[in-house]
Ligand binder design. Structure first.
Ligand code: GLN
Length: 310
């Protein structure tokens, strides 16, 4: 596995970096406000050459935030099966913000619209198997570690704690769902695991590698061992297309046209089926919570290489 800089990718990153001043870093999780909004890095893991190109400070770590939702979904479906998971969480996109509570009350039956919004993701984390919260968190950590080449991934404790202490809206979503039987058990314990999964740290190269697993229908891009069953990888990629970029998923599908999942840390995990996995970090966000420059990088990459799946 080789990893090297790329003048072509660097040019794209430099061009996209002109847009970092247009957005804001996420401020509602206090520890996330503490980053340089002009940072921008990208990595592309090519399946054919088993090589990775990068541009920018590709070693810089960031927390996954909502990107973790799609990875934990893959584990939850393995744990509980498709019918169980989608019996409790829907699979339809929403035009509402990722942390919206409104549709929870009006959807019939009362269940979150999809696993990529906070309500749905909290319900999915609630399904992870384990004898106690330690074990559930350990299983999430090991699974994400497997996606990035058996690395011992861990969470940024400061970010996790900062979110846990300020998660009033996520608490509200959980209590609403508990009332309606969507989740069970202790809400504080669930929030502890959820905020830790959101605070899992990696760099854009690791993220590109996780994308490569999805690009290869769930197989390890180096050993070809199954990490995620192919049918589950397909479900994850489909939800990334329809719901992965929050309420900007439609525009992203037209402009970029590949499965992607963003997080409010500024990370984006993107997948070009059978070609490559892409990891981006650019913490300056647009109004919907997507990395402004990160989306520009993906737009340019997709246009130049004809990545759109449509
Ligand atoms: N941890 C964040 C939250 O629940 C994740 C949101 C996001 O990345 N959009 O608010």
């Amino acid at each position: 596995m080789t990893c090297h800089t790329s003048a072509g990718l660097q040019k794209i990153v430099d061009e996209a970096a002109l847009h970092t001043a247009e957005g804001e870093v996420a401020g509602y999780i206090p520890a996330l406000a503490d980053v340089n909004r002009h940072d921008l890095s990208a990595a592309v893991y090519n399946l054919k050459e088993k090589s990775c190109i990068y541009a920018g400070d590709y070693q810089k770590k960031f927390s996954l935030q909502s990107i973790s939702k799609v990875l934990v979904l893959a584990l939850a479906i393995q744990d509980r099966g498709y019918e169980y998971v989608f019996g409790k969480v829907g699979m339809e996109p929403t035009g509402d913000p990722f942390n919206s509570i409104s549709k929870l009350e009006t959807s019939i039956p009362s269940k979150p619209l999809n696993p990529m919004i906070n309500a749905g993701a909290l319900a999915v984390t609630n399904m992870i198997k384990g004898g106690n919260s330690e074990e559930k968190w350990h299983r999430i950590r090991m699974f994400v570690g497997r996606l990035v080449n058996d690395k011992n991934v861990s969470c940024n404790e400061t970010v996790a704690k900062s979110e846990f202490e300020t998660s009033w809206l996520n608490r509200a979503l959980c209590y609403f769902m508990k009332q309606h039987g969507v989740i069970k058990g202790d809400v504080e314990e669930l929030l502890d695991i959820y905020t830790k999964q959101c605070a899992i740290e990696m760099n854009c190269f690791d993220l590109a590698r996780a994308g490569a697993v999805l690009a290869l229908d769930g197989k390890d891009p180096e050993t070809y061992e199954e990490v995620i069953p192919a049918d589950i990888a397909r479900v994850c990629k489909t939800l990334m297309v329809t719901c992965g970029m929050y309420n900007a998923s439609g525009e992203f599908a037209i402009k970029v046209g590949i499965p992607a999942k963003s997080g409010v840390s500024g990370g984006i995990l993107a997948v070009v089926p059978n070609k490559c996995g892409i990891g981006i970090f650019g913490p300056s966000l647009d109004k919907r919570g997507n990395s402004i420059a990160g989306v520009k990088v993906l737009e340019m990459l997709s246009n130049r290489n004809h990545y759109s799946i449509f």
